[in-house]
Design a protein around this ligand. Structure first.
Ligand code: ADP
Length: 281
């Protein structure tokens, strides 16, 4: 278990029948330290993550088919972008494939909802990061009735089948649902409005969506209840404390990569002979 955790982050955050309406996003489950320690650890653990990621990448270059996929879901301002910058930002960019999914384009609308997702799955050796994902198709789509209920209702099963295929093909899937409180969201939106350097992040519909929070909570509840599987587990992440959310996701990735038991690939040449040749050159 990682230092300064009372319980492994994988068990403390694992979706396990929690009621979304009862979640307290201001908590920092399992972590025994404070913000200062959390921030310091993020740097330290980022180095561990970076080493593991390099091993994954190296193995991918030598025939290993495995990869990792981090799915990030959360309401606006939940901090998905911060996870990408501060967690994923600590590893070598060539080993990361970041994909964000917004309102589907005209072309995407011509295909089934998983079409655009399949195209962005990580190739062997990569850590794929989905900033929003196929889950939007049972979140915003469900809340706003963008397709009939008979259509979105089928998607939970389709998603499970899809994720089973992805996992069977060698991808370790980690799904993180980030929860920010309505108060904290208000604070973050206010900051976006008050700071000119943050205006670009603000979208007036973010305020409209706040009125739909109960429906989103319901949609998140159903999603957690119906798509939390052993091969593609959900983690429920309280996200009012940005430092905690970032540290927790770092630990989830470290755990997943450690589980792959990655050695450095063996040289496919005679090292002694190459050293001799080098000396003579
Ligand atoms: P972000 O808000 O994550 O910074 P964008 O400004 O691109 O990124 O917003 C993405 C928007 O696209 C969100 O409001 C999200 O709900 C919406 N979206 C994503 N996927 C879908 C989908 N399948 N159908 C409709 N809207 C979607």
């Amino acid at each position: 278990m990682a230092k300064h955790w009372a319980e492994p982050v994988t068990s403390v955050l694992r979706a396990d029948g929690q009621r979304v309406v009862d979640l307290d996003p201001s908590t920092t489950p399992g972590f025994t330290g404070d913000k200062q320690l959390g921030k310091k650890l993020l740097v330290e653990r980022g180095l561990v993550l970076s080493d593991l990621q390099e091993r994954l990448f190296a193995n991918g270059r030598t025939g290993d088919r495995r990869s990792v996929l981090l799915v990030l879901q959360g309401m606006d301002t939940a901090g998905k972008g911060g996870i990408v910058r501060h967690v994923i930002g600590s590893v070598d960019p060539q080993g990361v494939d970041h994909a964000s999914f917004g309102v589907p384009t005209e072309e995407e609308k011509q295909h089934d909802f998983l079409w655009r997702i399949r195209k962005r799955l990580p190739v062997p050796g990569q850590i794929g990061v989905f900033d929003r994902s196929h889950y939007e198709d049972v979140l915003v789509v469900r809340v706003h009735n963008l397709v009939p209920p008979s259509e979105w209702e089928k998607r939970y099963g389709l998603i499970n089948t899809f994720e089973r295929e992805v996992a069977d093909a060698g991808t370790t899937i980690i799904k993180v649902a980030m929860f920010v409180s309505l108060d904290e969201q208000k604070r973050r939106l206010r900051e976006r409005l008050e700071r000119p350097d943050k205006h670009w992040k603000f979208n007036p519909t973010d305020i409209t969506e706040r009125a739909h929070w109960p429906e989103y909570q319901k949609a998140y509840q159903v999603l957690l209840d119906r798509t939390n599987t052993d091969y593609a587990p959900w983690y429920v992440l309280p996200a009012d404390s940005k430092w905690y959310a970032r540290l927790a996701v770092t630990e989830l990735l470290i755990d997943a990569l450690t589980g792959l038991d990655l050695d450095w690939p063996k040289a496919d040449f005679d090292v002694a002979e190459q050293l001799r040749r080098l000396d003579e050159s």
